[in-house]
Structure formats: C-alpha cells, structure tokens
Design a protein. Structure first.
Length: 638
C-alpha cells in the first residue's frame, strides 16, 4: 500500500482502523433489492422488483400523497448526498406507494394494520404491518395532508357509488321504456289474436259446411246476406251516433241557456229591493219545500203503483186469490142488491104490493139462475171439449213419436193380415153373404115395427114414407140399406128430442121446487119485516154518527183544498218552477229517446247474435244424426 504525503487529504474510512470506521446502517446490513424504476450511477436499468400483495391491489391516487415525505438525517452517520444510497432513495420515489419513508424517521399512524381502507372495490383485508412500521412502530407524523388524502379517498368512493347508481337508473329507465314497448306490442298482438280467432271461426264454419255437403252458391249467398246486414247495421249505428251527437249538442245548448237564465235571474235578484229580495228568498224556500213535497208524494205514488203491480202479479199467480176477488165482487154486488131491496121495503106500499114485488124479484132471480146454469153448462162443455182435444193431441203426439219405431212392425202386421185374408177369403165370403141375408131380413122386420110404432105415436109426418108393397115384393139391397140409414138417423133425432124433453121437464120440476121454497121462506112477512126494521134502525144510527162527522171532514177537506190552491197559485207565479218543470219534461223526453235508441241497439245486437242459433242448429243436427243412426241400426237388426 502506498504511503500518502502529509499534506495529502486524510484517508477515508478504508484507511481507518476498524474501531474508527463508520458503522453500517440497519438498511445496509442486507442489500435491498432495486426498485422497479430505479437507475443507479451511469443510468443502467436495474432488474424490476416483484410486486407485493399490496401493490397488486389498486390504490387510490392522492393529490399530495398519503404519506409524509421522510426527512433524511444529516447526522454524522448519514451518507453523503452524492452516495449511492442517496441516489437509491431518490430513485424509489416512483414506487406504487409514493415516496418511501426513511428508515429512521418514518412514523406509523395509529391503528395501521388493523383498519380496513375503503376503495372502489369495497373493503380490503387487513394489511400486515410494514417492515419499517414493525421495526419502528407508531412514529409517523399524521398531519393535514394525511386527512386530505383520506377525504379524497372517500370522495373517490362516493363518486364511484354515484356512478353505479346512475348506471342503475339508466338501466331502470331503459327497462321502463322497454316495458311500454312490450305493452304496445302485447296490445297489437291481442288485436291480431282476435282477428285470427275470427278467421278461425270462419274457417271452422266453412269446414262444418263442407262436412254437411253444403254448396258454394249457398255459402256465397249467405256471405252476401251477412254483408248486407252488416252494412245496414253499420249505417244504423252511424245514424244513431249522429243522432246522439245532435242530442248532445242540443243538451249542451240547453245547459248554456240554463246557465244564462241563471245569471240573468241572479242579476235580477241582486238588483231587487231588500224587501222584495226577502220575499223572493222566502218564496224560493217555499217553492223548494213544495217541490220536495211533490217529489215525496210522487215517490209514494210510485211505491203504491209498484205495490199494486205486485198485488196484481200475486193475484194472477194465485188462483185462490182470484177466486177470493171474484167472491168479493160478488159480495159487493149482493150488498148493492140488498140495499136496493131495503130501499124497496122502506118505500110505501101495501103487503100485497110487496108480495108482488117479491114474486117479480124471485122470477128475475130464477131467470138469472137459469142463465148462470146455462153459462156453467156451456163452460163445462167447453172444458170437456178442451180436455178431449188435449187427449187427442197427446195420442197423436204419442203416435207420431212412435211412428218411426213402429213402422216396420206395422208393415209386418199388414203383410200377415193380407196373407191370412187371402187364405180365408172363400170362407169369409160365404159367411158375409149369410150375414147380409140375415141383416136384410132383420132390417125389414125393424122397418115394419118402426112403421107400426110411428103410426101409434102419431108422428108419421116427421118420418120418411115407406112403401110396404116394396118391402113385401122385395127390393134391392142398396135401396134397403139407404132406407135403413135414413131411418136410423131419424130414430137418433127422435131419441135426442126425447132426452131434451126429459131434461126440460126435470129443469121445470126443479124450478117449481125452488119457487115453492122461496114462497115458503117469504111466507112469514112479519118476521122478515121485523128483521129489516132492525137493520134499518142500525143503519139510521150509523147515518146519524156520519152526519156528525161529515161537517168536520168537509171543513178539513176545504182547508186542505184551499192550501193546495194557494200552493198551486204560488207555483204558477214562480218562474223557476215553470223552467224546472220544462227542463224535467225535456229530460224525460231525452231519457225516453235514449231508451228507445238503446232498445234499437239491443234489438240489432240480438239479430246479429248468431251463437245461440248456431248452438241450437248443432244440437238439432246431432239429434237428427242420432235418430238416423238408430233407425239404420234398427233396420239392420230387423
């Protein structure tokens, strides 16, 4: 080793003794790996430092840095400014964590390693304490820039949250717009489905017509008819719609006129004198009260009409009530007759005159009884005739119902009858000839007897003349048969006359008995007269009580009538009442017109409703097919 001159520069630590040499720092005991962007000395690139677990996570950027820049010690143990250690420290300023704190002056903020910093990705896991923090624990200075960094981190997180909410809002608005589009599409598809359903129904009807072997001309004719009907219905609907618009315009004009009239009336009322206005207000209140009373009475009248209709319906549905009503009417008629009899009895006259009047009354009553009996007999005959017609109709219906099923059997029976007739024709012919001979002899005998009886009963004038010479000499069978029929008819007429005479004789006997009973009843005139006088006294007492009550009732009625007339005069003088009455009449007319229009629309809709006719036609078709199948099956089985 060369010796330096005395004037030379002192030796460095290399020439010093080991005890005088500079101690190594803690960071230089083990050489650190170079930073990712560090450049040493001559600018040569240094191998990149591998990323730590913390460096792989995105850290928020700070405006002024979250870590305070370390203050490099200038003590005796610090390296000179131009040493490689200082250059390495400067080169590590661009690392992911910002300016790296010094090894001697770095202070760890409170709670480092236990807090969970908030980033855009949410909460991170707890960071392990750094090497410097673990070696120097809690010596970092927490100043204003640190808190500014924390606030910036929170601002960044809030911005990220706002951005995410904005995106969600945009998605929601887009979904809403899509929902409206989907609804429109759904409505369009619903209308399309309805149209397709109508086409499907038309095609089904065409298939049904093809299955029933309908011709194309018939279908075209029906289509033309339906088009005409639809055109007529559409024209009618258009006319009704136009009429409705016209009515609405008229109603609007009337409403405008009513409003104008109300304004004019209000102006007139405002320009009135106070006294006249008070009278007008009182009259208006009275008119409202009277209109309410009128409405109430109208409602009561409608309720009474409804009750009457209900009672009429109940009476129509109940034969007992009808019979009771008829009996009540009959009772009232009898009471009227009784009153007439009492009046006649009260009239002046001798007992003989009264007896004559009673006899005449009895005769009239008997005539009425006979007339009533005749009516009863006619009604009973009509009832019997109706029952007979009903039985005939039921028999005919049963025959028609069983005609198709029994047709084959009837043909078989006829065939058997024809065969039997052909087999037994000769025997039947001989028997018939013998019967004809016997009957002709009997007819001759009967005619002789009839002629003898007619001569005895002295009614030969009504009987056909019979030539005995013809009967004795023998005549043709046809002439005898004709004579026999004519005589039979005359015999029947005589029997009917005999029965009628017997019935009249019996009715005369009954009338005679009734007259005798009536005479026996009215034979004791004194008791009848006493009874009538007692009833007369009761009626006189009732009349006296009624005469006492009649003046009071008449006074009350006159008072009520005067009140009604005064109210009517007030209403007639009130213009509002007349206007209201006219508006009510117009409203009723409009309602009636609306009801008529609605009835027309319902009738048109009922005419165009073919579904019921379709179902009925299909049902009848099924029944007819079933009957045809049953008839074919029965024919094959036979």
């Amino acid at each position: 080793m060369d010796q330096r001159p005395p004037s030379a520069r002192p030796k460095t630590s290399s020439g010093r003794p080991k005890t005088a040499q500079r101690p190594k720092t803690a960071g230089r005991n083990t050489e650190r790996p170079p930073s990712r962007g560090g450049i040493v000395g001559n600018g040569s690139a240094i191998v990149e430092r591998p990323l730590s677990r913390k460096g792989a996570i995105e850290r928020p950027e700070f405006d002024s840095g979250a870590v305070v820049e370390r203050a490099v010690s200038r003590g005796p143990n610090a390296p000179p400014p131009g040493s490689s250690l200082g250059a390495r420290a400067v080169s590590r300023l661009g690392t992911a964590g910002g300016i790296r704190p010094g090894t001697t002056m770095r202070a760890i903020p409170p709670g480092t390693g236990q807090q969970r910093p908030v980033t855009q990705q949410g909460l991170l896991g707890a960071r392990a304490p750094s090497r410097a923090g673990s070696s120097l624990g809690g010596r970092q200075v927490v100043d204003k820039s640190y808190y500014i960094g924390l606030l910036n981190a929170q601002f960044h997180s809030l911005d990220a949250e706002i951005e995410s909410l904005t995106k969600e809002l945009a998605k929601f608005e887009k979904a809403q717009s899509n929902l409206l589009v989907y609804e429109q599409r759904a409505e369009e598809q619903a209308t399309e489905i309805k149209h397709l359903q109508g086409e499907l129904a038309d095609y089904n009807m065409l298939i049904d017509r093809q299955n029933t072997n309908s011709e194309l001309k018939d279908l075209e004719f029906e289509v033309g008819e339906e088009k005409k009907r639809n055109a007529e219905i559409s024209a009618t609907v258009e006319e009704l719609f136009q009429e409705r618009r016209e009515k609405e315009e008229i109603v609007n004009e009337l409403e405008v006129n009513v409003e104008d009239a109300k304004r004019e009336n209000d102006n007139l009322v405002n320009n009135m004198n106070p006294m006249v206005r008070e009278l007008y207000e009182s009259a208006k209140i009275e008119a409202e009260r009277l209109s309410q009373q009128v409405d109430q009475k109208q409602k009561e009248l409608e309720e009474l009409y409804k009750k009457k209709e209900e009672m009429d319906i109940a009476l129509a549905n109940s034969p007992l009530k009808q019979q009771a009503m008829v009996l009540q009417e009959h009772i009232t008629e009898l009471e009227v007759k009784r009153q007439a009899l009492l009046d006649e009895l009260n009239a002046e006259g001798t007992p003989e005159q009264q007896r004559e009047r009673f006899i005449e009354q009895i005769k009239k009553s008997n005539e009425e009884i006979v007339h009533m009996q005749q009516q009863i007999q006619e009604m009973s005959e009509r009832i019997e005739q109706a029952q007979e017609e009903l039985r005939e109709f039921e028999n005919d219906f049963e025959v028609l119902a069983g005609e198709k099923n029994e047709k084959y059997r009837e043909l078989k029976l006829k065939e058997h009858q024809i065969d039997d007739f052909l087999d037994s024709f000769d025997s039947l012919q001989s028997e018939t000839e013998t019967k004809i001979a016997e009957l002709s002899e009997n007819v001759v005998k009967v005619l002789n007897l009839v002629s003898i009886n007619i001569q005895k009963t002295d009614i030969v004038a009504n009987v056909t003349d019979v030539d005995e010479a013809v009967l004795e000499t023998g005549a043709d069978v046809g002439d005898l048969q004709e004579l026999h029929n004519r005589l039979q008819e005359e015999l029947i007429n005589l029997e009917e006359n005999e029965a009628r005479l017997k019935a009249e004789l019996e009715s005369m006997r009954q009338k005679q008995q009734e007259i005798e009973q009536t005479l026996h009843k009215f034979g004791d005139i004194d008791s009848v007269k006493a009874e009538i006088l007692a009833r007369q006294r009761n009626l006189v007492e009732k009349m006296e009580t009624l005469e006492v009550e009649v003046p009071r009732v008449e006074a009350e009625a006159s008072r009520l009538s005067s009140e009604i007339t005064s109210l009517n005069t007030r209403l007639s003088d009130n213009q509002h009442y007349h206007k209201l009455k006219g508006l009510k009449q117009r409203l009723e007319l409009v309602r009636e017109e609306q009801k008529a229009i609605q009835e027309k629309i319902d009738a048109r809709s009922a005419e165009t409703d073919y579904k019921t006719l379709k179902t009925e036609a299909l049902r009848l078709q099924k029944e007819y097919n079933a009957m045809l199948i049953a008839g074919i099956g029965g024919g094959k089985g036979g």
